[in-house]
Ligand binder design. Structure first.
Ligand code: CS2
Ligand code: MG
Length: 403
């Protein structure tokens, strides 16, 4: 038995906030898990500290499935991003410990590699089409096989997915939410020319992706899908808010553009109908917000029988610990599709030294036992938590809208 003797929450802000859970066993093995929920970090930290850690002490770290069920069913109150991120952090840390005890990288415990590496997509963006395409060419030169395109919308001052920095994208950038104005009409006019120009400049051998970020109604998304089909998008992401899973039926009636959904989902129940009715092609849930490796495996298994592939969320608000977990998972899961990869800053990477690596458009989790990520606690302590919110969006007449 590897008894859990301590568990601690570490909050650090090397450029942006991250919440980490560190669990230690009686044999002196330590495992770490990501618990970061962008803009709501301290809610997860408190949930862990006040309500989860007291339940962990004395338990057998090897009983991952039992601990998962204890925390999920035992709370009585089920689901939700705060609860599920906390459970995920425990789950990741326990898999990390199991791997370290076994002396094996996590992907080996999950069944071994199903492929040589995980294809990733990078984020090309810019204030206008020209700048976005320049940026996309840069990704292509670096060997990326898949590139996401997001461009500023003429007539709108700011939009999601377009970075202030040339290399790093961080939307949670203010102590209180910034507000931006949105017009779906202007947006819908701007995307087809972006794809047209991108195909001219980048050719057809590269996968092109686009994130709608919950901004369209189903029928608007259907029209955008129709307009973009000729450019063969790899996927259109978050076409419409997905609380109402049936909404995707309407999009499917109008377009064959592949659809990806789920970065804000936290359990299998959020995606059950989407998967069973084959209303999507890629499921975006990732390890930290999707209840950990234990739960994400169930989601992927359900998706597999409906020919839906994984496309895990991989924005920079997921820490390198989650990135590593996603790469082990992606290497071993039979129905892997693609992995999002937004580079962390050097400041973040220094706090989380890691074994994963990028080469020729693919990533590999490395061969270090467990997750292959460490947390430099001394360095972490030097970066104090800084409140940061995601922006909010309003329509041009002032109506609150989805960001
Ligand atoms: C985006 C994210 O990566 C994506 O696809 O939708 O950047 C998202 O806006 C952030 O993760 C929110 O924290
Ligand atoms: Mg997205």
């Amino acid at each position: 038995m590897a008894r859990i003797v301590s568990a601690r929450v570490i909050v650090t802000c090397p450029g942006r906030n991250f919440v980490t859970l560190k669990i230690e066993t009686s044999d002196g093995v330590a495992g770490i898990g990501d618990a970061t929920l962008n803009g709501r970090e301290l809610a997860v930290a408190a949930y862990l500290r006040e309500h989860v850690i007291p339940l962990l002490i004395g338990r057998d770290a090897h009983r991952i499935e039992d601990v998962w069920n204890y925390l999920y069913k035992g709370a009585y109150w089920r689901r939700g991003p705060v609860t599920m991120s906390a459970i995920a952090a425990v789950d990741m840390a326990l898999w990390d410990i199991k791997g370290k005890i076994a002396g094996l990288p996590l992907y080996q415990l999950l069944g071994g590699a199903c492929r040589e590496g995980c294809m990733v997509y990078g984020h090309a963006n810019g204030k206008d089409i020209e700048e976005t395409i320049d940026n996309a060419l840069h990704y292509q030169e670096q060997g990326y096989k898949a590139i996401r395109l997001q461009s500023g919308v003429p007539g709108l001052a700011a939009t999601y997915g377009v970075s202030k920095d040339k290399y790093f994208y961080e939307p949670a950038d203010a102590a209180l939410p910034t507000e931006s104005l949105w017009s779906t009409e202007k947006y819908l006019r701007s995307v087809p020319p972006l794809f047209e120009k991108a195909r001219e400049a980048l050719g057809w051998d590269v996968h092109l992706l686009h994130d709608i970020h919950h901004r369209c109604t189903p029928i608007e998304a259907g029209r955008l899908g129709k307009d973009l089909e000729q450019y063969r998008p790899f996927w259109l992401e978050d076409a419409t808010p997905a609380e109402n899973q049936s909404a995707f039926r309407l999009i499917r009636q109008h377009t064959t553009a592949p659809l990806a959904v789920g970065e804000v989902f936290n359990t299998i129940w959020d995606a059950k109908q989407l998967i069973e009715e084959q209303l999507i092609d890629y499921i975006r849930m990732t390890v930290v917000h999707g209840g950990g490796i234990t739960h994400l495996r169930r989601v992927a298994s359900l998706a597999e029988i409906y020919q839906i592939r994984t496309g895990c969320h991989g924005a920079t608000d997921l820490s390198p610990i989650c990135m590593a977990a996603a790469l082990h998972f992606g290497l071993a899961v039979p129905n892997f599709g693609i992995q999002e990869y937004m580079r962390h800053t050097a400041e973040t990477d220094a706090v989380f030294p890691h074994a994963y690596s990028f080469a020729e458009g693919m990533m590999h989790p490395g061969e270090a036992p467990g997750l292959g990520v460490e947390l430099d606690e001394e360095l972490a302590a030097k970066h104090e938590y800084k409140p940061a919110y995601l922006p909010v969006a309003r329509l041009e007449d002032g109506t609150m809208f989805s960001w």
